[in-house]
Design a protein around this ligand. Structure first.
Ligand SMILES: Cc1ncc(COP(=O)(O)O)c(C=O)c1O
Length: 367
């Protein structure tokens, strides 16, 4: 007889829902029988993978050998642009893994984690996993309400999360407001600044890495999943005070970054041409999409990332289905705490034109 697992599982896990990623192309194919789909649901790079990373991957052999888990050269290269050292960097199986590791090292039952609502769903989930309490502070017009977040801090606050640009809204926080916020935080509250989309941000945005040296209890998270087109390989990292990082390193799973991931991540850093093209494609996409959306009467929050959060007629789920029928996979805001909006990755010019055309039909059929 099988045991009653619901009595064995930790209570935090018993009430948890699994992470639901965006619809995959094969799921969409199965559901609608269409041959080609445009996948704009997970903010991946529409130009593919950095060619230098792909070339380095083709050279990899000796997979029977464990990777050198120190990743010294990679960490050195990641720290260098910010005047930081190897000891400031920890690597992960995607930046999600760095979050899990940090939370497991620092959170205890009853601790509070202050965060925006909605924000990247991993944060409340991982806080709960470690017995902590997510304290969710509503966004104001799609943007982190930093004053309200400060007001939500109590002696139990262990971690404060700012996602900049925020997912799912694509918005950024004001640099001066963030500076005041960071200075006003209690010294023993760990500030986790998730900047998965940092490279796409316009000039004058928060340069999170400045705070690593100036405010000790700060960790900035970055990833190769977006700009470098390595989402599938899994590589992300955290930059923080060496003492804090050393504690997190104690609980990092050994070999959490595979050699292919490490080799590709290092090679990608040299692919300036791909970075330039990717940023240019995104900027062009934004320049095309905003006036086109305005013409359709659809509001989108100002994006500082590689995706837009567009208000749609009817419910987000209906709009999501209608887009899917036209071969475009987006993300319904209903699943992301952003009702009435779709989250759509900025794609190639052709993909963006398809998005506008499909949204145009949505508007026309709602009229
Ligand atoms: C805010 C934010 N952080 C982190 C990630 C994921 O990063 P990674 O693929 O490095 O785990 C995403 C991906 O969608 C994201 O939107």
């Amino acid at each position: 007889m099988k045991p009653d697992y619901s009595k064995l599982v930790r209570p935090q896990v018993a009430s948890m829902k699994p992470y639901t990623p965006g619809t995959t192309v094969s799921q969409a194919r199965k559901k609608y029988g269409l041959e080609t789909f445009v996948k704009l649901s997970s903010n991946e790079n529409p130009l593919g993978t950095a060619p230098k990373a792909a070339a380095a991957l083709r050279e990899i052999g000796d997979l029977q050998i464990y990777v050198d888990d120190d990743h010294h050269e990679l960490r050195r290269r990641l720290a260098e642009p910010y005047g930081l050292g190897v000891e400031h960097v920890m690597v992960g199986h995607g930046s999600n893994d760095v979050v899990r590791t940090l939370f497991s090292a620092f959170l205890a039952a009853g601790d509070e984690v202050v965060m925006a609502d909605p924000t990247f769903s991993l944060f409340p989930k991982d806080a709960i996993l470690f017995g902590a309490v997510p304290v969710r502070v509503p966004l104001r017009e799609g943007v982190h309400d930093l004053d309200a977040m400060l007001a939500a801090i109590t002696p139990k606050t262990k971690i404060v999360v700012v996602v900049d640009p925020n997912n799912p809204t694509s918005t950024r926080v004001d640099r001066d407001a963030f500076d005041r916020f960071a200075r006003a935080l209690p010294a023993n509250a760990i500030l986790v600044l998730d900047q998965a989309y940092r490279e796409y941000m316009p000039a004058g945005s928060v340069a999170g890495t400045d705070y690593v040296a100036s405010r000790p209890a700060t960790v900035v998270l970055r990833t190769h999943s977006k700009l470098y087109g390595l989402a599938s390989l899994r590589f992300g990292y955290g930059l923080g005070d060496p003492e804090l990082i050393a504690y997190a390193q104690r609980v990092r799973l050994p070999f959490n970054v595979s050699r292919p991931a490490a080799v590709a991540a290092l090679a990608a850093l040299d692919d300036e041409e791909f970075v330039r093209r990717s940023l240019e494609t995104n900027a062009l996409g934004k320049a095309y999409l905003y006036p086109a959306l305005a013409k359709l009467g659809l509001h989108a929050y100002p994006s500082a990332a590689n995706f837009v959060a567009v208000a749609v007629p009817g419910t987000a789920s209906e709009a999501y289905e209608a887009m899917l029928q036209r071969g475009i996979v987006t993300r319904s805001g209903d699943a992301l705490g952003m009702p009435g909006r779709l989250r759509i990755t900025i794609g190639t010019p052709e993909q963006n034109a398809l998005v506008v055309e499909a949204l145009g039909s949505l508007v026309a059929s709602a009229a």
